[in-house]
Design a protein around this ligand. Structure first.
Ligand code: N01
Length: 535
């Protein structure tokens, strides 16, 4: 067997996080670093999620790296919301521009990650049996990368083709002349439905829970808009960094009850026309904390559904009533509700009549069988913890991460787990991560981790580990913050409700990226308070 690869830093994953981590750790700190990536190319989420209609729900000019002014000035986005292929091209460009690929090992999935206490080293193994020894590990595996394919009886007997949106083929899937079934109406199903409906002979959408969605209003980015963005880029980036959500939106302080009903309607109508996340972020400050405020937005959207969808029964089926608006990640759509006016689209309520099995010919529910040629699973991910638990991570005294997290994920700042020294997580559970514009959170984490490793180097330290006390206090604080909001009321992937048997814990930190950033900066300034440092 080959001798283990010896590294200062092993990074796992070559998406937004891993690429930036490699750039900082290798190029700023000069450490021997390698990225291990399961895919054949860079991109992470944007490598795998090639399903029809896949595009970013955040706008291109701020859903991108901010660390290089030259990159900001050189790169030209084609539209308000970039398509998957364009984001992937952007990340490939970043990899080339910063000469990253030479230190990325593709087709290499990390299958075990064990800490050797006596040597103070991490020992990693890839799926081909390769051994790696590293002083530090940075997990950049993403929050939504472990696919959730429900354990339906009979899937193996389905005679047609089936796909999960998070592992979409590289070649085009042709739906022409096909009867397609799509399971799942989260952000992904909502993006894919209108596009598949245009091509397929017939589309059946299997809906368990209706979702609130707001129009994206995608459009090409004009030369003038692009020029104005570039002229103001520094300020836009600074606004994102200082904000609670990582977005360049002006903070809104008004409450839903501060204005009259007609003013409120006007605000919602204007934001509905403007499109995108602004509907939630720029309407009223209390939408996710006050049920009455929330209901004003929820009923506005239900009213829109009633106006758009011709069949009142279908409209009613599409109206969410089981969770407050915004407490599940709000989808953004292009013609989603309109699609249910098409003759070739049906909506099936699998809450009322659940799927009992996949048959040779299609999907069987308690109400009947639907014959299909192709089946699309838009059934989401084992979010946040799934990708970490898949790597057989074991810390001190062989402590398995899955045991340490039996009652839900426990971290200090979402950056480290007590008992797992020198192991960092980018946008881990307990950090703002998925509640924010991800690239801004990713940059903040990567910069904090890089600074931390630089501090260790310059102080002759070789081991950093979150203390139990600091972790307990942080876990409590994350939970308290969540309880101040309506988020825990929804059966969302934020609480793990989509994965049968997963412990119900609200995983991200809801207190805001601005507050969180301050915590992290103060911890570092206090000599990494809450971490035990040694050599
Ligand atoms: O997954 P989801 P997603 N039987 O978990 C249903 C990000 N994203 O891939 O609600 C029947 O949200 C499930 O039903 P229910 C974004 O953060 C970003 O859509 O659990 N149905 C639900 O309807 C997003 O939030 C972009 O009752 C079953 C659906 O499948 C995250 O990815 C674009 C079922 C899953 O929805 C995940 O979104 C797209 C079963 N057994 C996505 N199991 C960007 O723009 C599950 N479902 C960046």
């Amino acid at each position: 067997m080959d001798a283990p690869v010896e590294l200062d830093v092993a990074i796992i994953g070559a998406g937004f996080s891993g690429l930036y981590a490699l750039h900082r750790v290798r190029d700023d700190l000069g450490l021997k670093t390698r990225v291990f990536e399961a895919a054949q190319g860079v991109g992470g989420t944007w490598y795998w999620n090639r399903y029809p209609g896949a595009r970013c729900d955040s706008e291109s000019y701020y859903y991108s790296y901010s660390f290089s002014e030259e990159l900001d000035q050189d790169w030209v986005w084609s539209s308000r919301y970039p398509e998957q292929a364009e984001i992937l091209t952007y990340l490939e460009h970043v990899a080339e521009r910063f000469d990253l690929a030479k230190d990325i090992q593709f087709n290499s999935r990390i299958t075990s990650t064990h800490y050797d206490d006596s040597a103070n080293r991490w020992r990693l193994t890839t799926d081909s049996g390769q051994q790696i020894v590293a002083r530090y590990v940075i997990s950049a595996v993403g929050c939504l990368s472990t696919r959730n394919v429900p354990d339906f009886k009979g899937l193996d007997q389905f005679a047609g083709d089936w796909y999960h949106t998070g592992a979409w083929p590289h070649e085009k899937v042709d739906f022409t002349g096909k009867r397609v079934g799509l399971i799942g109406t989260g952000s992904t199903g909502i993006q894919a439905t209108p596009v598949i409906a245009q091509e397929a002979d017939h589309l059946t959408v299997f809906q368990r829970t209706p979702n609130f969605t707001v129009p994206a209003r995608n459009e090409p980015l004009s030369e003038q808009a692009s020029r104005e963005i570039k002229e103001n880029y520094r300020q836009i980036r600074d606004t994102c960094k200082a904000s609670a959500g990582g977005f360049p939106f002006e903070p809104i302080e008004r409450l839903a009850s501060d204005v009259s009903e007609s003013e409120r309607e006007k605000i919602y109508s204007d934001l509905w026309e403007l499109g995108g996340f602004r509907f939630l972020a720029q309407s009223f400050a209390d939408l996710v904390i006050d049920e009455a405020a929330n209901e004003t937005a929820a009923s506005f959207i239900r009213e829109k559904i009633a106006q758009i969808v011709n069949d009142p029964n279908i409209a009613k089926l599409l109206m969410p009533t089981d969770h407050p608006y915004g407490t599940k990640r709000p989808p953004i759509d292009t013609n989603y509700y309109d699609t249910f006016n098409r003759d070739n689209v049906d909506l099936v309520n699998v809450r009322e009549a659940p799927i009992i099995e996949i048959t040779k010919n299609g999907v069987k529910t308690t109400a009947g069988e639907y014959e299909l040629d192709t089946l699309v699973f838009a059934t989401g991910f084992d979010a946040m913890t799934g990708p970490l638990l898949a790597m057989d991570i074991r810390g001190k005294d062989d402590l398995m991460l899955k045991d340490a997290w039996e009652a839900g994920p426990r971290t200090y700042l979402g950056l480290q787990v007590a008992g797992f020294p020198n192991f960092f997580t980018v946008t881990g559970p307990g950090s703002p991560s998925v509640l924010t514009n991800m690239p801004v959170s990713i940059e903040q984490h990567v910069e904090w981790i890089t600074d931390c490793i630089a501090y260790m180097q310059s102080h002759g330290l070789s081991r950093i580990e979150a203390t139990d006390d600091a972790q307990e206090e942080w876990v409590r604080y994350v939970a308290e913050q969540a309880e101040l909001t309506l988020y825990p009321k929804a059966n969302s992937w934020y609480v793990g409700a989509n994965v049968p048997g997963k412990t119900r814990v609200f995983m991200p930190f809801v207190g805001g990226l601005d507050i969180y950033r301050e915590h992290c900066d103060e911890v570092a300034k206090d000599g990494y308070r809450g971490f035990a440092l040694s050599n």
